[in-house]
Design a protein around this ligand. Structure first.
Ligand SMILES: Cc1cc2nc3c(=O)[nH]c(=O)nc-3n(C[C@H](O)[C@H](O)[C@H](O)COP(=O)(O)OP(=O)(O)OC[C@H]3O[C@@H](n4cnc5c(N)ncnc54)[C@H](O)[C@@H]3O)c2cc1C
Length: 322
């Protein structure tokens, strides 16, 4: 079996950026992606618009043109597909990395389809596969979801949106505009101040006029088929309910990192240990890129500010190999 210079785990925007840099440097590389290309973006809400402008999401000197200055999910899916196509990236889709074993001079990677030998690994596995659970009874009922695609299933339904960040606010507004009866349950005393500045007044005004109901400083206690029990500062409240959309955020899959031996800093949002100069973790030859670098602080890194990880990593690997 031929040894690769670098195997990149995850075909999201940052895995693609790593592939581009590796291809530019003439490295023997492979990207393994467990789903479709940019699988996380594919799973985002159908009507979502990025907060970044298109040029901030560009990579590999390929211009990103979108109809308005902030691209939609569909435009981003098409852009990254074209970029991967343009660079003829060596990428295998629907192939999940399941195991990594360190050897004296590299690693053996076992995927759902094959084994590979590689000198270096980039972990760019993102954060969108594991939701932050509420850990309450009834969370596993079919009417509860931690993901949201589009408003149509919720027309005329009584829904609870849990959370007060961008995703929760987008879901509350979109479903309310399609005729859902929306109640928001927020653990804080207000909607998150980091909500997109052009959306914040919209949700605050809908709450003020009573179109969207809200329980601040509150949490879900119990979810049943027809109702939900909520802890509020004024005591427990029971409301009728058809669907719960828990927009409580997501977290990286730490199992793979821990299996490889990457140390997590439990005092700092479980942030994995790595050298900020070259993104190499405490395990030599294992590099971290993209949102996974922030640990549980999934807002620290996003596409815009992670594209540079790809450059730093591939520069370091090229130097080692030459
Ligand atoms: C609603 C929403 C809006 C956003 N808007 C913006 C924005 O405007 N601007 C911005 O910069 N960022 C934005 N972000 C954040 C941004 O999408 C993420 O930070 C970005 O996707 C990170 O890229 P990534 O490649 O690190 O991870 P991801 O895009 O999550 O890619 C990781 C990939 O790894 C794959 N994978 C995971 N485990 C394995 C495995 N074991 N084997 C093989 N493959 C695996 C996954 O399937 C996935 O495709 C937004 C996020 C959300 C949720």
């Amino acid at each position: 079996m031929k040894q690769l210079d670098v195997l990149i785990i995850g075909g999201g925007p940052i895995g693609i950026a790593c592939g581009i840099e590796a291809s530019k440097k003439g490295l023997q590389y492979l990207i393994l992606e467990k789903g479709t290309l940019t699988n996380s973006l594919f799973n985002y809400p159908v009507n979502m618009t990025f907060f970044s402008t298109s040029e901030k999401l560009e990579m590999g000197n390929v211009p990103f043109m979108s109809l308005s200055n902030k691209p939609t999910r569909t435009e981003a899916l098409e852009y990254y597909r074209r970029v991967a196509d343009h660079y003829d990236l060596n990428i295998r889709l629907y192939e999940k990395v399941e195991k990594v074993v360190k050897q004296e001079d590299g690693f053996v990677i076992t995927s759902s389809k094959a084994d590979y030998l590689t000198k270096n690994i980039v972990i760019s596995t993102g954060f969108y596969d594991l939701p932050n659970l509420m850990n309450v009874p009834g969370e596993n009922l079919p009417k509860v979801s931690h993901y949201y695609k589009e408003p149509w299933p919720y027309v005329g339904q009584k829904i609870i949106v849990v959370g007060g960040g961008n995703s929760a606010v987008d879901v509350a507004l979109e479903t309310w505009r399609k005729g859902a009866e929306v109640t928001m349950v927020l653990k804080d005393a207000s909607v998150d101040r980091s909500v997109k500045y052009w959306v914040l007044p919209d949700v605050e005004n809908r709450i003020k006029e009573g179109s969207i109901k809200v329980y601040y400083n509150s949490s879900i206690k119990d979810i049943r088929e027809k109702e939900v029990f909520i802890h509020t500062p004024d005591g427990e409240v029971t409301i009728e309910n058809d669907f719960v959309l828990a927009m409580t955020g997501y977290k990286p899959n730490f199992a793979l990192l821990e299996q490889i031996g990457v140390t997590l800093n439990l005092d700092a949002h479980s942030q994995p240990c790595y050298d900020q100069a070259n993104q190499e973790s405490n395990v030599k030859g294992v590099y971290l890129a993209g949102v996974v670098c922030g640990g549980l602080n999934t807002r620290e890194f996003f596409i815009e500010n992670s594209i540079s990880h790809a450059v730093a990593i591939i520069e370091d690997i090229s130097k080692k190999i030459s």
